[in-house]
Design a protein around this ligand. Sequence first.
Ligand code: IMP
Length: 207
Amino acid sequence: MSDSPELVLATANPDKAREIAEILGYAVRLLPRPDALGEVDETGETLEDNARLKAVAVVGFAGAPAVADDTGLEVDALGGAPGVRSARYAGPGATYADNVRALLRALEGVPAGERTARFRTVALARWPDGREVLAAGSVEGAIAERARGERGFGYDPVFVPAEGDGRTFAEMAPADKHRLSHRARALADLAVRLAAGGDDRRATGPR
Ligand code: IMP
């Protein structure tokens, strides 16, 4: 599509960048994040705050519109944790494996029926004049008793989507994850809003 918007990708996480490019396809022309821009501290209290922090940093650096997303895993038995702190659940510098281990430990003894959880993503496109389009997506599921599967990233080895067939996201091919995932839903919502938005790009807010 020649009139699809051109947006600089604000994520510095290569796993997320790969998924965003796979999901958006031709709906948006994605430009790579500038190498010279350092990591942005995700100090916000909400997913929307953090998505905006990343987008604002990239827009300011690149002088061009950008797309950012922020994701949290909300576990009901943990009162919604790790939520907005999902990346550093096991502490500063935590690896994906550290976070998964910490999550399984926190849920030790919690029975299957009480391990419900959801991924929630906020996606945000922002222009240099401050206009924004905001979108959101989520997927309901449960935390498995142990990690299963080698694909995906982050908490994928322990997340079993409720609309799936019992496999964790890490046991699914990328296309199967994208059919259900929080990120795919948020980005599909964003693409629709971008296509509908014209020049009035003020957000109507996440669902
Ligand atoms: P971020 O703040 O959007 O970068 O995401 C926070 C953390 O959530 C990441 O470091 C991952 O551990 C986890 N995460 C984000 N998206 C996914 C996903 O699609 N699957 C599994 N874990 C994810």
